[in-house]
Design a binder for this molecule. Structure first.
Ligand code: OXD
Ligand code: MN
Length: 594
């Protein structure tokens, strides 16, 4: 399929090491994908779902010990440890290659090695970057075929260039103790062993489009961010684009596909999705920041997705989708997950492969969930009813606002605006959020997650902050930067703000601020809305409730400042002085007004 000697040498090197029985190049043709699907179905790797109800959809279960990203086993293998920074695990690249090669030796005996040429971004776009993933998993091939642009066209575009990311993946024996997800930013290489979970093995996604790409962006003057991209169309037809960074499983897909409340749709407001997880950002026309979504599909969290919470996501999963670790219903050959509806199936199979029925409890009377909390759907972007007409625009969309947000029961108000870019970078750098099931480990623990990039930044986070500040200097018409928190709770622990479609009310304020058509109140942390400026029309939500989630409690924030100081201390000399100045300013503001 190619004469590119770099590609051929790469494939040959790992063929010799991993010793597959055969090598199959993925050309991207429908016929090849069909044949691979049939093969995977014949071995039980996937189950073909009901072709009438869910045409072209597949079901898959991962190993029970392999259901989420493994941050503890993810490494940045830069030549200097210093360049991985204090927030990443580091391994010396030579040591890492040696260790991984030893695990990988002969691991594909009796298996096939698939060679997947793929593109992040539309092939030929000035934003696009190319990769070759080697894998012994058909499930990976089928997912990559949804999540990225794959096949011969990528190799054609690559020509004889050496500018591609090398991705090596093998399931090996799915051993947890030998699971490694290693990124070698200086070598454009990713090496992932002993996992079959999407976030660890679809190497175009977190490993390339965030970890490697963030490093490339730093070197080349652009940015790779853990952000959704959406467009809001106003009644006059004008569309403004917004990027928003939230940690994993905090509602990026829901916000990206938001359906505005009736009071907005009646006036003619519409929301369009450009991306739900990753944005690549570059300076573009008119001195603005432009964003593309480098992916071609959605790898979304299934539980909680339903006709009310996210009808667009649900519609996206109705054909050509791969469901992983949800409930399988053999009788109808369909799937189910918690929060899909109130009718859990009776004779079903849970994500572990055991017989399961709705309402099932364990010996202690605890409810047994049928789907894993991090179960996923892999759906083609083109299925999405609200996909933006700009989704394929090779130049991307101009960004008016950047939103940061976390899952915080207290502290952060519903929304606030930063005073300027520098302060906005500070606001992103102090993001903290409760952990979720998207990564292995404890759930619900508040941790610092700057710009939602803690698990994804491929270099020293102090340099990353500096890169953000430097980008601000290059962009004449900078987006305004905001922070939101949909997750404030009352004394009983219930969410106060309704969220989902009603987040449109906050988006409206944000866009009005960008256009300078609405006022704000200056507070120690930034600009907050006047409560009466958030449109509550048609919503059963009192102005007092709204005031309660717009509250900035100075004592809480002073404690927050102490916590930020400790977090910042990690970065030593690499912490840009602008950020320590902002912290000083925050404290001064909080004290001045108390
Ligand atoms: C994801 C994640 O899958 O952030 O998007 O874990
Ligand atoms: Mn993500």
């Amino acid at each position: 399929m190619t004469n590119n000697q770099y590609v051929l040498d790469f494939v040959e090197k790992y063929r010799q090491l991993m010793q597959p029985d055969q090598v199959v190049w993925i050309d991207g043709s429908k016929a090849q994908i069909k044949a691979l699907t049939d093969e995977a179905a014949s071995t039980g790797e996937v189950i073909k779902l009901n072709n009438k109800l869910l045409p072209g959809c597949l079901y898959h279960r991962t190993a029970i010990n392999d259901v989420a990203r493994v941050e503890g086993r993810t490494f940045i293998c830069s030549r200097q440890q210093e360049n991985a920074g204090p927030t990443n695990n580091w391994m010396d690249p030579q040591e890492a290659y040696k260790k991984l090669d030893a695990i990988a030796e002969g691991c594909m005996k009796g298996r096939t090695m698939y060679v997947i040429p793929f593109s992040m971004g539309k092939v030929g776009s000035p934003f696009a970057k190319y990769g070759i993933e080697l894998t012994d998993s058909i499930y990976v091939v089928l997912n990559m075929n949804i999540m990225t642009r794959v096949g011969e066209k990528v190799l054609k575009k690559l020509g004889d260039s050496n500018d591609f990311v090398r991705g090596i993946h093998s399931k090996v024996k799915l051993e947890e103790e030998n699971r490694y997800i290693c990124q070698f930013p200086e070598d454009n290489t990713i090496y992932s062993l002993n996992s079959g979970y999407g976030g660890n093995v679809l190497l175009g996604k977190k490993c390339f489009a965030l970890r490697i790409a963030s490093y490339q962006g730093w070197k080349e003057g652009w940015m790779a961010e853990h952000m959704l991209i959406l467009g809001v169309q106003k009644p006059d037809g004008e569309i403004k684009y917004v990027c928003a960074a939230f940690p994993s499983a905090c509602g990026k897909t829901n916000l990206a596909m938001l359906i505005p409340p009736e009071t907005y749709t009646k006036k003619g407001y519409k929301v369009f999705t450009v991306g739900d997880d990753i944005a690549w950002l570059r300076k573009g026309k008119g001195g603005m920041l432009y964003a593309v979504n480098p992916e071609n599909g959605f790898f979304g969290v299934a539980p909680g997705t339903n006709v009310k919470s996210n009808p667009n996501a649900l519609a996206s999963t109705q054909r050509g989708t791969i469901f992983t670790n949800v409930v399988y219903i053999p009788k109808t050959k369909t799937v189910w997950w918690e929060g899909l509806d109130k009718n859990p199936p009776q004779n079903a199979i849970d994500w572990k492969g055991n017989p399961w029925h709705g309402g099932m409890v364990d010996a202690d009377g605890k409810v047994i969930k049928g789907a894993h909390p991090n179960s996923r759907f892999t759906a083609p972007a083109k299925n999405c009813p609200c996909i933006s007409s700009e989704f394929e625009n090779p130049k991307g969309v101009p960004v008016s606002a950047i939103i940061f947000g976390g899952r915080r029961a207290k502290a952060a108000p519903l929304v606030y605006e930063s005073r300027d870019w520098k302060h906005g970078v500070f606001v992103g750098s102090i993001m903290a959020s409760e952990t979720t099931a998207a990564a292995a480990g404890a759930v619900g623990v508040v941790r610092h997650d700057p710009m939602a990039m803690l698990p994804f930044c491929g270099y020293h986070m102090g340099d990353y902050f500096q890169h953000w500040l430097d980008m601000g200097k290059k962009i004449k018409n900078k987006p305004k930067i905001f922070n939101v928190n949909w997750f404030r709770t009352d004394e009983q622990g219930n969410f106060i703000w309704p969220g989902f479609g009603d987040n449109m009310r906050v988006l409206e304020w944000i866009l009005d601020r960008c256009e300078g058509t609405v006022d704000a109140v200056e507070t120690p942390i930034g600009y907050l809305p006047k409560p009466e400026d958030i449109n509550l029309e048609g919503l059963d939500f009192s102005i007092d409730q709204l005031k309660s989630i717009l509250d900035v409690d100075k004592k809480t924030w002073l404690a927050e400042a102490d916590d930020i100081e400790q977090f910042f201390a990690k970065f030593g000399d690499k912490l840009p002085k602008e950020l320590s100045m902002e912290l000083k300013k925050l404290r001064k503001n909080l004290r001045k007004r108390s």
